[in-house]
Write a protein that binds this ligand. Structure first.
Ligand code: NAD
Ligand code: TYD
Length: 367
């Protein structure tokens, strides 16, 4: 039975990954290490209560002693490092914590894993470390000349995309911290022969995403007749990846990806922000029958500083080597996501009111 040490497993993608792995593999154990910042919410994992395959450890990835103790106690075969500060707007306000968590935290995870796994002869057995990175480390792409109405390239054959050998050119404090972490992961591989691999995914969406990111924020605001703040001209483009497709990619890269390599995850779901906001308005109005949810709620606001114009991934490497491709078209994924937010008003209410932070106390105090 393999043991996975998953960090940040109470956050959006991490909790989806824990649920995905336990749904798709019966005989595994997951040790979930999370510091439970504002973005960590154990309510995401409430369905696992009583499941002995999931062990939660409240710890900070920067804490050498606590992380070494997790390695000593649980002897993980694999590490998947999701834990991070993840929101670009917060990184513009407060860059320091991004360097601390995303860079120092990663270096600490690498150091603890190496200390635990090194067999004394520079070998690491079958252990593997996967760093969850982002396509934002590549910087920004130009908008192609010819676009479809939804903002995707009309002629994808001739459009530019991020590839694994695209030079890193981060612009925000967030992406700079993720790029720095990637360099440390590569350095561990190249210097110590450490068994690491990096994935760089595009923008994820789906259940349990904190409503500070574009899609859940717009769904939440529309439902409450609040303004929908669109940055700049609304024509920035992101390549949307349904979170379960991402979880599947991580599972496959961890199992079969080549060590020392980078795999880009995403592709074929580019949409302009304003198109997304309009489809959310229309679908939320149709689903609720609330005629007050109209495009009058849209408010164009001052652009984000250093706002990357376009992200887009060509997922050729992961498709050719591992057979992965993004299975969920944007239209299907956004409908499922909106349905999930409409069906789970208590989850949204708890995270927006901060009540979810009491959950840990209720569930774990005195255990
Ligand atoms: P998130 O902000 O929802 O969750 C982050 C989790 O990490 C939270 O549970 C938080 O409590 C935990 N955490 C933060 N600091 C910690 C620390 N010092 N020690 C232990 N735990 C800590 O983030 P997410 O959207 O789920 O992103 C997960 C990973 O995927 C991140 O590394 C992010 O950079 C990357 N990523 C995310 C996206 C996206 O669209 N969400 C896209 C590309 C890459
Ligand atoms: P976000 O979800 O913050 O992800 P990222 O910045 O990591 O891509 O933002 C997605 C896009 O939506 C980005 O171009 C910024 C834009 N945006 C808005 O226009 N309004 C908003 O309120 C937010 C949160 C984002």
């Amino acid at each position: 039975m393999k043991t996975y040490l998953v960090t940040g497993g109470a956050g959006f993608i991490g909790s989806n990954f824990v649920l995905y792995m336990l749904r798709n593999h019966t005989a595994i154990k997951i040790v979930n290490v999370d510091a439970l910042t504002y973005a960590g919410n154990l309510e995401n994992l409430a369905s696992l209560e009583g499941d002995p395959r999931h062990v939660f450890v409240h710890a900070d990835i920067r804490d050498r002693e606590a992380i070494s103790a997790v390695f000593a106690e649980h002897q993980p075969d694999y590490v998947v490092n999701f834990a991070a500060e993840s929101h670009v707007d917060r990184s513009i306000e407060n860059p320091g914590v991004f360097a601390d968590t995303n860079v120092q935290g990663t270096v600490n995870m690498l150091a603890c894993a190496r200390a635990a796994w090194d067999d004394g002869n520079g070998g690491y057995g079958d252990h593997r470390y996967l760093q969850v990175s982002t396509d934002e480390v590549y910087g920004a792409l130009a908008i192609p000349e010819a676009l479809n109405a939804d903002g995707s390239p009309a002629d994808p054959e001739h459009a530019d995309f991020f590839r694994e050998d695209t030079p890193l050119s981060p612009h925000s404090p967030y992406s700079a911290s993720k790029a720095s972490a990637d360099f440390f992961v590569r350095a561990w591989h190249d210097t110590y022969g450490f068994p690491s691999v990096i994935t760089r995914c595009s923008n994820n969406y789906g259940p349990y995403q904190f409503p500070e990111k574009l899609i859940p924020l717009m769904i939440h605001n529309a439902l409450h007749h609040k303004e929908l703040p669109v940055y700049g001209d609304g024509l920035n483009v992101r390549d949307w990846l349904y979170v379960d497709d991402h979880c599947k990619a991580i599972d496959m890269v961890l199992a079969s990806g080549r060590l020392g390599e980078v795999y880009n995850v995403g592709g074929h779901n580019e949409r302009a922000n304003i198109y997304i906001v309009r489809t959310i308005i229309q679908q939320v109005r149709e689903a609720t029958g609330d005629e007050a949810i109209t495009e009058d709620l849209i408010r164009y606001v001052t652009d984000r500083a250093g706002h990357d114009r376009r992200y887009g991934i060509a997922p050729d490497k992961i498709r050719e080597e591992l057979g992965w491709y993004p299975e969920t078209p944007y239209e299907e994924g956004i409908a499922k996501t909106i349905r999930w937010y409409l069906d789970n008003p208590e989850w949204v209410e708890h995270v927006t009111s901060g009540a979810y932070q009491d959950y840990y106390e209720r569930m774990y105090a005195g255990r």
